[in-house]
Design a protein around this ligand. Structure first.
Ligand code: SF4
Ligand code: SF4
Length: 351
């Protein structure tokens, strides 16, 4: 488990066990859930539709054998059922906010019963944007429930009526891979539910999602030109674990994600000019588009890199980048290359 997340989780569990620190625990838990949820947001905002039904670790033993879409569905179906059927005893968000129709899900269950290719088939049917909104709505509603809890509520247990309600609701499949969940949840008190579906369960599945997305990015990069359109090197970029590169569909460079249609202005412009990249452009020295906007700290470093590529080719450029990154961190390299692009070009040539 991610060490930082594990430490945070441990601290929350410790604070949760004493009345004096209970409200701190809830505050920290919500803060931690926000941090974890941000990873889901980045994935949903950054990746193409097909990323959500790929199973790059199909058949593996672990949560990473699922898909990105399944993971989101599963985390938040469980939370919705537990938070609303068990703790708040009101209607689940899936039904009250009509997310069954909006997400186009063919199931109302947690998905535990799905195996192998069925996970990918199910994931393909989901409307990912609506799935994300469902996850967000469940998270926010659980946060509200958490804030209303008092220390004495932590010891609240569940009885046969809760079990019957869960069985009657059919939100847990009768399949042996799923049905055990009802006994498992009902064997816990509210504190136990906070410790698993609302925190540890998130950590385990979000870690698995990060593993899936790392692999998808790695696969997207195979055979793709590692020299970015703006003159950066994707092989040396600090965003390497998140971005497949601007020559692939997995482009999560901020200039792409913030632009209309999620297309980086430099990529768009090069496509219109029918050129490989900005280093082939006669306007490079004065261009202020996309990565070259004057407010971007790295603009002149990229410009110098483009000029270097134009003079010496991509192969030599990648070698210089490797030498620089052996000496400095990514941010430092930008700093070392500097703001004066002519000086920066000389510096790259001397390297
Ligand atoms: S952010 Fe840009 S340089 Fe970095 S990997 Fe993505 S496309 Fe390549
Ligand atoms: S005008 Fe700017 S963005 Fe367009 S190709 Fe030339 S250098 Fe790149």
């Amino acid at each position: 488990m991610n060490k930082d997340w594990s430490e945070k989780n441990k601290e929350i569990q410790k604070l949760l066990s004493k009345e004096a620190t209970f409200s701190d625990a809830i505050e920290k838990l919500i803060e931690f859930r926000n941090e974890l949820f941000q990873h889901i947001t980045w994935i949903v905002e950054g990746y193409p539709k097909e990323a959500f039904y790929q199973q790059p670790f199909a058949g593996a033993n672990g949560y990473h054998s699922k898909t990105l879409a399944y993971s989101i569905w599963h985390i938040f179906r469980i939370e919705d059922i537990v938070a609303h059927e068990m703790i708040a005893e009101d209607e689940q968000i899936l039904f009250s906010e009509k997310f069954l129709k909006k997400t186009a899900s063919p199931i109302i269950t947690t998905g535990n019963e799905l195996e192998g290719k069925k996970i990918a088939e199910f994931s393909k049917k989901l409307n990912v944007q609506e799935l994300y909104l469902y996850a967000k709505a469940v998270k926010e509603s659980t946060d509200k429930i958490l804030l209303q809890l008092q220390y004495k509520d932590l010891k609240r247990k569940f009885n046969e009526d809760t079990k019957k309600r869960l069985i009657k609701g059919k939100c847990v499949s009768k399949d042996e891979n799923a049905f055990w969940l009802i006994d498992y949840w009902c064997g816990k008190d509210v504190k136990g539910l906070i410790q698993m579906p609302f925190s540890r369960h998130w950590i385990m599945h979000i870690e698995a999602m990060l593993r899936i997305k790392d692999r998808l990015c790695k696969d997207a990069r195979k055979g793709a030109d590692p020299v970015a359109i703006c003159g950066l090197s994707c092989n040396h970029c600090f965003l390497g674990a998140w971005c497949g590169g601007c020559r692939t569909k997995y482009n999560v460079c901020s200039f792409a994600t913030c632009s209309e249609g999620r297309i980086c202005p430099n990529v768009k412009c090069c496509n219109e000019k029918n050129i490989d990249a900005c280093y082939e452009c006669s306007e490079l020295e004065t261009c202020e588009k996309g990565f070259f906007v004057p407010s971007n700290d790295g603009a002149n470093a990229a410009r110098a890199q483009c000029l270097y590529i134009r003079k010496h080719g991509k192969k030599e450029f990648l070698k210089v980048q490797t030498r620089l990154h052996e000496k400095y961190e990514f941010e430092k390299v930008q700093e070392v290359i500097g703001q004066d692009y002519k000086k920066a070009l000389r510096m790259l040539e001397e390297e």
